[in-house]
Ligand binder design. Structure first.
Ligand code: AR6
Length: 178
């Protein structure tokens, strides 16, 4: 099950699937500020990718401390098909009045900027902040779609961006925007 849309010179794809199985050059992790693993997408990526990813995350923490919400860091992909993992920290939902929308947009944008700076051509995102962090899916999917679309309209080396969702309900929220 998938949908495609051409934006500038890139393809934006929506699909239901497992982020850890994507064969894009980079996949994005829905991490936390500590960068040392967790549940959900984060747990699945570290399980599938093996200990090298955690070792790199530890080094990043030693060098630059915690990663604030809205920002991203990059490691290798360990045993994953993807060569890189971009770890981004989405905001925890507190009702919408604490800058959550802007922080979620920044999490997507900074991940796309990091990928572009590395000349990465394809990247897959999970639905950041809509699991443990409780961001409402309708609002989050619109921010994800608008931020990625806006980014692809300007020049970037990205040829493909995949939005990978787990549940049928989440798929429908995103599909509404395509
Ligand atoms: N592939 C694709 N999507 C998935 C997968 C998967 N393998 N597993 C879950 N999802 P979450 P967050 C969906 O909780 O809300 C962690 O503990 C899931 O259904 O992974 O940003 C971190 O360490 C949901 O729609 O991320 C942080 O502490 C979406 O991915 C915290 O959770 C995001 O769910 C981050 O919370």
């Amino acid at each position: 099950m998938s949908l495609h849309r051409q934006i500038g010179s890139a393809t934006l794809t929506l699909l239901r699937g497992d982020i850890t199985e994507q064969d894009t050059e980079a996949i994005v992790n829905a991490a936390n500020s500590g960068l040392l693993g967790g549940g959900g997408v984060d747990g699945a990526i570290h399980r599938a990718g093996g200990p090298r990813i955690l070792e790199e995350c530890r080094k990043i923490r030693e060098q630059q401390g915690e990663c604030p919400a809205g920002e991203s860091v990059i490691t290798g992909g360990g045993n994953l098909k993807a060569r890189f993992v971009i770890h981004t920290v989405g905001p925890v939902w507190h009702g919408g009045g604490e800058g959550e929308d802007d922080l979620l947009g920044s999490a997507y944008r900074n991940s796309l900027l990091l990928a572009s700076a590395r000349r990465i051509r394809s990247i897959a995102f999970p639905s950041i902040s809509t699991g443990a962090y409780g961001f409402p899916i309708d609002r989050a999917s619109k921010i994800a779609f608008d931020t990625v679309s806006g980014f692809l309209k300007n020049d970037s080396p990205l040829e493909e961006v995949r939005l990978v969702v787990y549940s049928q309900e989440d798929y429908e929220a995103y599909a509404f925007l395509f």
